[in-house]
Ligand binder design. Structure first.
Ligand code: XLS
Ligand code: NI
Ligand code: NI
Length: 436
């Protein structure tokens, strides 16, 4: 393949370079906190945006006409595109990729024909993985684009749609397993509702729980050892999605006995749509032992939907990397660029600029986070802020020695709690800014 003839392998040239097709901060083999940047960040390219987005939006037609696409939905074209995808990822130096079944191969006239199409393209993916060493971060099934999923997939009121979705996930899990995928993702595209008058929430959630338990059973059957991930998102395309945020997902996992098998794939733009920060979602998931992987992108505060832009804000990436390092890193998940170029960015080279920018922003975030951790000021402050729980009354409460009655007695004796110390928010915000 030579789809990008004027582009050679993207190399690290350091912050001083003026080459826009070089990394200024991402130096894959440089060690940070005893681990290479490549192993910390585990960058992944998404097939759907990078190789399938055509620039159409609700108001306009496609703008992105790729020279390697012949404009047909043939299996041959899909195979050719797969080879182009690997040329791109190889030149970029991304170690991972992720895809939906329907991104890589066209839907056929029947369930079986669709599966044959998928197998034909997966043969090429397997060949290209072997040729380049690029690995599959995760696979997933598209259970939201086709009209049969208009009311949802596992939560459809139509039992045959549930059956179709289950069969489709079986196939997608087999393919993910064949390609050595390290995770498998469920994003509940239409698993939610548009109107509560026509929705039986209890029944739909029970079906969703049953669907996920079937996945766990099937993984055992085929020996799939990757992590299952649920990707929270509050809305779009439905008005309310059941997996609305990290807390809702974790409650669902607990309710249906899935906590040992699932973690979360947290996406920046989904966090903001839910009214949270990315740091909140990561910290909450991490605190519950559910931090699995991230979809790295960003939204636009002035637009109310999932704009899936590439992350370039180094304050954001620093917060993300601080939180990932706090919980021991993201592996076997990764930093997956669920992001697309704008519909006005019509040249193939724009795909390189976008990914290079995202990778550099995360590399810089990693460097900042490591510097903040090395300095130790934050940890020291936190330790101090909670220090009265380390001994005396606090330690007694934590170890379960007290009840409402004994604490009532303590306060009756003492008269009042000791005075509070300052939260020092402004001091800490200034402290973080010192590293930029
Ligand atoms: C859509 C989601 C989707 C998942 C994979 O908003 O981000 O792209 O990552 O199905
Ligand atoms: Ni996503
Ligand atoms: Ni998204």
């Amino acid at each position: 393949m030579n789809a990008f003839p004027e582009i050679t392998k993207i190399e690290y040239e350091g912050p001083e370079t003026d080459n826009p097709l070089a990394f200024r901060w991402y130096n894959p083999h440089e060690m940070i906190e005893g681990k290479s940047m490549q192993d910390h960040l585990r960058f992944s390219v998404v097939y759907w945006h990078t190789f399938r987005a055509n620039g159409s939006d609700p108001f306009g037609m496609p703008t992105l006409h790729r020279p390697w696409d012949d404009g047909t939905d043939s299996v041959e074209n899909a195979k050719n595109r797969a080879r182009v995808a690997f040329e791109f990822m190889e030149k970029l130096g991304a170690p991972y990729y992720a895809f939906h079944d329907r991104d890589v191969a066209p839907e056929g006239g029947s369930f079986s024909e669709t599966n044959r199409n998928l197998d034909a393209v997966v043969d090429v993916l397997a060949e290209e993985q072997a040729r380049t060493g690029i690995k599959l971060l995760w696979g997933t099934a598209n259970l939201f684009s086709h009209p049969r999923f208009m009311h949802g997939a596992a939560t459809s009121p139509n039992a045959e749609v549930f059956a179709y979705a289950a069969g489709q996930v079986k196939k997608a899990m087999e393919v993910t397993n064949r390609l050595g995928g390290e995770n498998y993702v469920f994003w509940g595209g239409r698993e939610g509702y548009m109107n509560l008058f026509n929705t039986d929430i209890k029944r739909e959630l029970d079906h969703l729980g049953q669907f996920m338990n079937m996945a766990v059973d099937f993984a055992k059957q085929i020996g799939f050892e990757g992590t299952f991930l649920i990707e929270p998102k509050p809305k779009e395309p439905t008005k309310h999605q059941y997996d609305s945020d990290a807390a809702a997902c974790i409650n669902f996992l607990r309710a249906y006995g899935l906590m040992d098998h699932f973690k979360l794939n947290i996406e920046t733009n989904h966090a903001t749509l839910a009214g949270h920060t990315m740091m909140h979602e990561l910290d909450y998931a991490g605190a519950q032992g559910c931090l699995g992987s991230i979809d790295a992108n960003r939204g636009d505060l002035l637009l109310g939907w999932d704009t899936d832009q590439f992350p370039t804000n180094i304050y954001l990436t620093t917060e993300v990397m601080l939180t990932l390092l706090k919980y021991g890193g993201i592996a076997p998940g990764g930093v997956n660029f669920d992001a697309k170029v704008r519909r006005e960015s019509i040249d193939p080279v724009d795909l390189f600029h976008a990914h290079i920018g995202g990778m550099d922003a995360f590399a810089r975030g990693l460097r900042m986070a490591a510097a903040i951790r090395a300095d130790g000021g934050l940890d020291e402050f936190l330790g101090q802020r909670y220090s009265n729980w380390d001994s005396g009354l606090g330690a007694e409460i934590e170890s379960g020695k007290h009840t409402y009655e004994t604490l009532f007695e303590v306060m009756s004796q003492q008269g009042d709690a000791t005075a509070n110390a300052s939260g020092r928010q402004e001091f800490l915000e200034n402290y973080i800014n010192r590293f930029f």
